[in-house]
Design a protein around this ligand. Structure first.
Ligand code: ADP
Ligand code: MG
Length: 394
């Protein structure tokens, strides 16, 4: 029986652990937060900080293979742990060092001729002020590291916004490295999840269409409404990136798609659609939670198989139309989980609700998700909206 270690005890690690248990593996979590929802899933866990080398070393030594559910861990530390304990970590620290830093990530895209929006990297605030002159409004400033769900991002639509950003920066120097990028006039957002194992077997999930609100994933739908040619192009780009990065594990590629040609940027054209890679996540992705209900094999099953060095095969879409909706802290602040779970009775088309078990409720924190289903196109989104209205009622 193999033991898989997961760095991070949140919902992604939790769902992955279920897939690992189903294949007969043992799971151990490592997280600094004593209230990590996944701690209750295992007989053993490690509570320790991300720079507690000695504790991490004991954790690594207790596992056959380690993976991570989030990206902000020092790769120098991980490299050292792999070397000293002999326990492998997948995806590799090398992959993580590229994807956890927006400067390295976007430079990787550019150097390898993947379609990417116009961007400039800045190593300090003076470089940033200088780089900003190269952009017309609107543009976006992002911290190079540590951002997620839109955190560490400033949307600059006029010079006043830039002053507000400088104010924020002066009050909190948590990051010195930034990237500035043009704001794309997005018509569609999509994601593509690729799995690759040690034997170089590669699989691709169907393309998911994503809608973000306030830079946080609001809904994911499948099948995608994009033309098949565009979906194939997205898969092709994602597979090429997974091979270039030599990933062992899952690679999610997030895409922006526009209908506008832009002479000044590097997009990929396909049947009148213009494609950009936004970013990568070398792990299960929020949009991919929909695979638990809509695909013959979930993203967690594929990753579990890769971590256990088992063969993988292509997941297929189970016929129907699916919509994932996130349940944020906002939905729960004035209520509790029971309210949401009880509402299910009146919503026959909500085929799944998952509550992540987080003890602390915060606005915009992902607390759970639900899946709406229909056998008629577009109706799944209507079912999801009705359910949202209901859980949002005061
Ligand atoms: P995060 O790591 O928080 O997911 P992203 O870079 O993916 O950061 O940004 C979150 C969301 O913000 C995107 O999914 C998109 O909706 C919007 N966004 C980010 N960058 C751009 C851009 N250059 N142009 C237009 N919208 C953007
Ligand atoms: Mg993103």
């Amino acid at each position: 029986m193999k033991t898989i270690g997961i760095l991070g005890g949140g919902q992604i690690g939790g769902m992955l652990s279920t897939a690992l248990y189903n294949l007969g593996a043992k799971v151990i979590f490592y997280d600094p937060d004593p209230l990590s929802p996944s701690f209750f899933r295992t007989y053993n866990h490690f509570e320790g900080t991300w720079n507690d080398y000695e504790k991490l070393k004991v954790f690594f030594s207790s596992c056959d293979t380690v993976t991570y559910e989030f990206e902000n861990v020092s790769t120098t530390l991980l490299d050292k742990l792999v070397q000293e304990t002999g326990t492998q970590i997948y995806p590799s620290p090398k992959v993580l060092s590229t994807t956890q830093n927006r400067i390295f990530e976007k430079s990787f895209l550019k150097e390898n001729n993947f379609p990417v929006c116009k961007f400039i990297a800045a190593q300090n605030i003076d470089e940033l002020k200088h780089a900003a002159l190269e952009f017309s409004f609107p543009y976006i400033i992002k911290t190079a590291t540590g951002g997620y769900d839109g955190k560490g991002q400033w949307h600059i639509t006029n010079s006043q916004d830039f002053k507000l950003f400088i104010n924020d920066y002066n009050n909190n120097h948590s990051c010195n490295n930034f990237i500035i990028e043009e704001k794309i006039n997005i018509a569609y957002e999509a994601s593509c999840i690729i799995g690759r194992n040690l034997n170089n077997e590669i699989i691709s999930f169907p393309i998911f269409d994503n809608v973000h609100k306030n830079q946080i994933l609001y809904q994911t739908t499948v099948p995608s409404v994009l033309p098949t040619s565009v979906q194939n192009k997205l898969k092709e780009i994602s597979i090429e990136a997974a091979k270039k990065l030599e990933i062992i594990g899952l690679l999610t590629t997030e895409f922006f798609i526009t209908k506008q040609k832009n002479e000044h940027t590097c997009h990929e054209e396909c049947d009148g659609y213009y494609i950009y890679v936004n970013e990568f996540a070398p792990r299960p992705h929020n949009s991919g939670h929909i695979t638990l209900n809509s695909c013959t094999i979930s993203q967690f099953d594929i990753l579990a198989r890769i971590l256990l060095n088992l063969p993988i095969h292509e997941p297929k879409l189970i016929p129907g139309y699916y919509c994932l909706g996130n349940i944020l802290g906002n939905n729960l602040i004035s209520k509790n989980n029971t309210h949401i779970l009880n509402n299910w009775t009146n919503h026959q088309n909500i085929i799944d609700i998952m509550i992540y078990g987080k003890k602390i409720i915060k606005e915009n924190r992902k607390m759970g998700h639900f899946i709406a289903y229909s056998n008629t196109k577009n109706e799944q989104v209507e079912h999801a909206e009705k359910f949202r209205e209901c859980i949002n009622e005061k």
